[in-house]
Design a binder for this molecule. Structure first.
Ligand code: SAM
Length: 358
């Protein structure tokens, strides 16, 4: 995609003519998929929509390659410079592709960098409230599970300078990229939670947008597998799609009585969609899973906190040292202008309306 030499934004229409219409159609097809997946009679429609979505994804791919050539070639961006991170994006980075497909002619790299920075800042706020670190620069071990290709990881050394970060994902090429390009330790994950064992423990295990994709048969097992990697006094921080995500993006979905809805469809087209799809869970479902698999109290739970819609949970291997209500009273705000984390799309602070419990 051509770039305007006087700014860091992409020139609308230069090479994405017609692509906006494809993105619009993709949005509708995704909504249709979610609706079809939730009814028994929608099975036929579901497979037709999946075929159409594959076709639309293929159509945007050529454009995607051009975007990556444009940004990857020069490797610079004003935000990357300001935040002291690389602007390099892996060609298979599905978070980038997801943002790009919905970018409506905005600079997708800018959105990618802002998104990652916002998440790193919110993670920092939670970690500082939970761990007895003393000062923000104190050292601790952090496992960023399901890191993808480093959307958040690249910001961690600046935002949490004391963190000794290990990134883990199921995609080997993501691990290669994070190791080589971001210089972080990496550990390849696997499809089976029972087999996931890194042989060490971490002060913080962080899983962003992972449980929002797990099916019922492995949901609790992954929870147990990640909590197993938390050391004494450490914590697991994770997000889910809950009621607020449903209302915002999948209003037609009825969450079943058992509290978990799953559709075998996701952005990660190369993964088995029965093992990694789209999941919505109620707070009660998550609490029951924590209770039965971890047998510890929920340290912190706030609906809609992450990205203005994902529910956020913290579970500790010990009692909290600082009351988590401090978080609410300090009202964490992203310093990222327009950053997606910490505010709802309406601009309302999620703290003000979300349910908080301990
Ligand atoms: C929605 S992405 C989230 C990426 C990143 N946490 C973020 O929010 O930018 C989910 C990630 O989970 C990874 N994943 C899927 N199954 C996994 C598994 N069994 N072990 C580790 N990562 C997995 C995918 O490869 C993908 O990178």
């Amino acid at each position: 995609m051509a770039r305007d030499p006087t700014s860091n934004s992409y020139r609308p229409g230069a090479t994405i003519e017609g692509v906006t219409a494809i993105w619009d159609r993709m949005r509708r097809v995704r909504a249709g998929l979610a609706a079809a997946a939730s009814t028994a009679s929608g099975r036929h429609e579901f497979s037709a929509l999946r075929t159409e979505l594959d076709h639309l994804v293929a159509l945007t791919r050529a454009n995607h390659e051009r975007v990556l050539q444009a940004i990857g070639g020069s490797g610079d961006h004003h935000l990357a410079t300001a935040w002291n991170v690389t602007a390099a994006v892996h060609r298979d980075d599905m978070i980038f592709q997801f943002l790009e497909e919905r970018s409506n002619n905005q600079d997708p790299l800018e959105r990618y960098l802002r998104t990652g920075r916002s998440s790193a800042e919110l993670l920092r706020a939670l970690v500082l409230a939970i761990l007895p670190l003393g000062d923000p620069g104190s050292s601790f071990d952090l496992l960023e599970f399901a890191s993808g290709y480093g959307c958040v990881s690249r910001h961690l050394k600046n935002v949490l300078p004391g963190a000794r970060v290990t990134a883990s994902d199921i995609h080997p090429q993501a691990m290669e990229f994070i190791g080589a390009e971001l210089g972080l330790d990496v550990a390849l994950s696997c499809p089976d939670p029972a087999a996931f064992e890194l042989g060490r423990r971490f002060d913080v295990v962080f899983a962003l947008s992972f449980f929002s994709h797990m099916p019922e048969h492995s949901w609790g097992q992954w929870l147990a597998a990640l909590f197993r990697h938390v050391g004494p006094n450490g914590c697991l921080i994770f997000t889910t799609n809950g009621r607020i995500t449903r209302d915002a993006f999948w209003s037609e979905v009825e969450i079943p009585l058992n509290g978990i809805w799953f559709a075998a469809s996701s952005e990660q087209r190369d993964l088995d969609q029965n093992e990694y799809g789209s999941t919505i869970t109620s707070v009660d479902y998550v609490r029951r899973q924590i209770d039965s698999h971890l047998a510890v109290p929920v340290t912190f739970c706030m609906e809609g906190l992450w990205s203005g819609h994902q529910d956020t949970y913290v579970v500790r291997k010990a009692e909290p040292t600082r009351h988590m209500a401090d978080l609410g009273s300090t009202s964490w705000k992203s310093s990222v202008p327009g950053g997606r984390t910490g505010r709802t799309s309406s601009g309302e602070e999620p703290w003000s309306r979300a349910r908080t419990s301990w």
